[in-house]
Design a protein around this ligand. Sequence first.
Ligand code: GDP
Ligand code: IMO
Ligand code: MG
Length: 423
Amino acid sequence: MAVDLLLGLQWGDEGKGKIVDVLTQQYDIIARFQGGPNAGHTLEFNGIKHVLHTIPSGIFHPKAINIIGNGVVIDPIILKKEMEALAPFQINLKERLLVSRKAHLILPTHRLLDAASETAKGKAKIGSTLKGIGPTYMDKTGRNGIRVGDIEMPDFEQKYRALSDKHQAMIGFYGVEIQYNLSELEREFFQAIESLKQLTFIDSEEYLYQAQKSGKKILAEGAQGSLLDIDFGTYPFVTSSNTTAAGACTGLGIAPNQIKEVFGIFKAYTTRVGSGPFPTELFDEDGETMGRVGREFGATTGRKRRCGWLDLVALKYAVRVNGVTQLMMIKADVLSGFDRLKICIAYRYKGKEINYFPYSIEAENVTPIYTEMKGWAQDLTQISDAENLPEELKQYIAFLEKELEVPIRIVSVGPDRKQTILR
Ligand code: GDP
Ligand code: IMO
Ligand code: MG
């Protein structure tokens, strides 16, 4: 059986958690393939809101197996907290949450290195979530990392000590002041390792191969978004993993020809949290309204998200890089009440009009060119049938489908599981 893939097409927070939760009933296995606790995936049902960082968003379904793949970086301390938050729901985590032995561990000193690097960068900082993501992937590609499988080896603590000592010397190299109590952080880390050991470690590429062979349905859950991809994003203001479709192959050991549907998810407008260019960003009342109505605050850091109009140039680029076969649009409800809606359809780039995503989208090079559409006043949050959506929204959707050449199959009109319209 083939593998389907769901990933974000913008700068993260496109509603991946919500939609994976909605889709899970059709799958046997949900697998995260990259990123780590920089992700914050929100799910809402039965009046309760959950935010997951490391655990895949299929965990609330009674049967689905959830896998943390080899491409993910795990902070045992954060994972322990997530596991504790799930305690009231009586989920058998030993059976339902499996962890790749090849996933890398985030050490406390990786987080300190992240903080030192960002402090040293000053104004040029990435706006990292400070979860240690960059330094952990650097150790992975530098071939110095520590993996989940190492926990089962006799020299785990020596390996830990050697890497942690090296990191402390590196922190000194940045020449910035950061406050920390390492022995306290380490006590917490080793306690959390004990919790991690309560889960089942697997050779996930073999597990997934056998699962595919026996006809199981697998959904790979992306984290972050395509514009934060280490190769295709707005470098250096990106994360440190491949958030695009190829990342699912390397992050799970799935062959490219096994991937069937690629679900690309986007907001009806655009948001970004952290630093970096954002051509359609709004600094006026419209941007304020999107932020207020859309409750645009980061699920991981609580930071205010920057808001702006939909950028079709960027969205087309993401659709192509990922080979998206079906689109999903969230937060259509947030646009209710705008008289006119703007959509960026091209860039003026170094004086010329272009309709592709260029090397640099910094404000000094790029000015967005907009088309305008009529908005709708109607509240959408109670609508459950696509037929009943306002005419202007139908036109907005039709325009996007024509431009992107991919059908929009789901329109989300609120954070709850039930506020999901299939088309
Ligand atoms: P993720 O990181 O892609 O999983 O997305 P986040 O959870 O970080 O951010 C999406 C936010 O939008 C969450 O607070 C969701 O509860 C909320 N959300 C999801 N879909 C909708 C929607 O259609 N309308 C509204 N108003 N909120 C939504
Ligand atoms: P989900 O999965 C939105 C952003 C950070 C920062 C940059 C680098 O919830 O969509 P990092 O911590 O990776 O070094 O940060 O990437 N970022 C996200 N923005 N959603 C996310 O994840 C993000 N994960 C990282 O704000 O700009
Ligand atoms: Mg998020």
